[in-house]
Design a protein around this ligand. Structure first.
Ligand SMILES: [Mn+2]
Length: 396
């Protein structure tokens, strides 16, 4: 059986900032990314598309999100491609609140299949798998902080029940000290799974990951569209896997065009800055479909460039969305009377003065940036970021 694995489609995501045109186009982008994946699935004659969580961006939905999604799933049905979905942290199904899940609504409409874990009262679990051909497919959902233990428990279950060559979907990725919870801490857990499981479809991470390097069987495909504009477009993929040959193929995805430039400016006054910036801008070729992100490195120590003015100039050039950031070159930690500090630098300096937090000030300052980004992104549940930061503080 051949399938296509993708994750973190975030259908329904819409930015809360930028122009109306930008918001509307970005809303469409996530559906278009899924549409391209369906086309790739068709071209590669796969039997199923596996979505390893964060199918939707939010637990709640709107009429146009639901109808766009249903149309795309209907298209899969027409092409005779099955769709297998697990929930991620964004579409998390709370225990005993299954009736509120839009994934279950779509499952009931026979537009997707949903392998899942049922938690019983005596702390036992029931693994509800599905079959595609002879391949048994399990879904572990989003195990959150207990992912390492959940995977070990599942490996033991497979061993005990003599499972062979199964496929597992789980909303987790390899951890690299991320501040957002739910990442796998110990890779060796995966080694314990490889006897009985031929493919683990991971999610949660928005960039391509595979494990181990040679003959990998654990993959995260990466979100096909930017959820955060800082993501690397080269690591957005979908994976095709053949359960007979055990061979995989990585398909690149094409998120919206995002032009990222860094310029170093010498300006020491607003007039000089405007002049310098206006000389630089014509060097970029910008279309109405482009997102433009410019980082200004300023050599002057006590001048802050007007980034809002610069963003306006980029929009006047026709960009869909502009973000201009600045960073002082040769940043040294610590306040000096003349130097101007960025918001992040000021926060870091303040945290260093706090009792208990000072030893983990870097972690705390980074967590603060993550939380702000998360809220700006419309993701208001920041408790997992805060938890991870607290953990680091306790450990240090
Ligand atoms: Mn996600």
């Amino acid at each position: 059986m051949k399938f296509l694995h993708c994750n973190d489609l975030h259908l329904g995501k819409k930015p809360s900032f930028g122009s109306e045109a930008f918001k509307n186009k970005r809303f469409e982008d996530y559906f278009n990314a899924f549409k391209r994946i369906i086309e790739q699935a068709k071209e590669n004659s796969v039997e199923a598309i596996l979505v390893a969580g964060d199918f939707f961006d939010k637990k709640e939905t709107h009429p146009n999100i639901l109808s766009n999604t249903e149309k795309l799933l209907q298209k899969c049905k027409e092409h005779k491609i099955k769709v297998v979905v697990i929930e991620g942290n964004h579409d998390l199904i709370y225990r005993n609140k299954e009736s509120e899940s839009w994934l279950i609504y779509l499952e009931n409409k026979k537009l997707l299949q949903r392998p899942f874990v049922k938690f019983l009262e005596n702390n036992e679990k029931e693994y509800h798998s599905i079959f595609i051909g002879e391949t048994e497919i399990f879904g572990l959902g989003y195990p959150g902080a207990s992912v390492d233990d959940e995977l070990l428990e599942f490996a033991a279950y497979c061993e005990k029940n003599n499972k062979q060559d199964c496929v597992v979907l789980v909303h987790t990725a390899l951890g690299n000290n991320e501040f957002i919870g739910g990442f796998l801490k110990d890779k060796s857990v995966l080694d314990k799974m490889k006897e009985r499981i031929i493919y683990i479809a991971g999610g949660h991470g928005h960039r391509l990951q595979k494990y181990p390097e040679i003959q990998p069987f654990f993959f995260v495909a990466g979100s096909p569209e930017y959820c955060d504009l800082a993501e690397n477009p080269a690591l957005k993929t979908a994976i095709i896997f053949d359960t007979h040959s055990k061979e995989h193929k990585i398909l690149e995805q094409t998120p919206r065009s995002c032009i990222k430039e860094t310029i170093t400016l010498e300006s020491e006054s607003a007039e000089q800055f405007r002049e310098e910036f206006d000389k630089f801008l014509p060097l970029l070729s910008i279309s109405a479909e482009d997102i433009v992100i410019i980082e200004i490195r300023s050599l002057a120590s006590d001048f802050i460039p007007d980034v809002k003015w610069a963003e306006k100039r980029v929009l006047e050039k026709g960009a869909l969305f502009a973000e201009v950031k600045w960073k002082r070159e040769n940043f040294r930690s610590g306040f000096s009377s003349k130097k101007v500090n960025s918001q992040e630098e000021i926060e870091l300096e303040q945290i260093k003065k706090w009792e208990h937090w000072n030893k983990a000030s870097d972690v705390a300052a980074k967590a603060l940036i993550e939380m702000r980004k998360s809220v700006r992104d419309g993701q208001h549940d920041i408790s997992s970021i805060f938890d991870s930061a607290l953990n680091s503080v306790v450990k240090s």
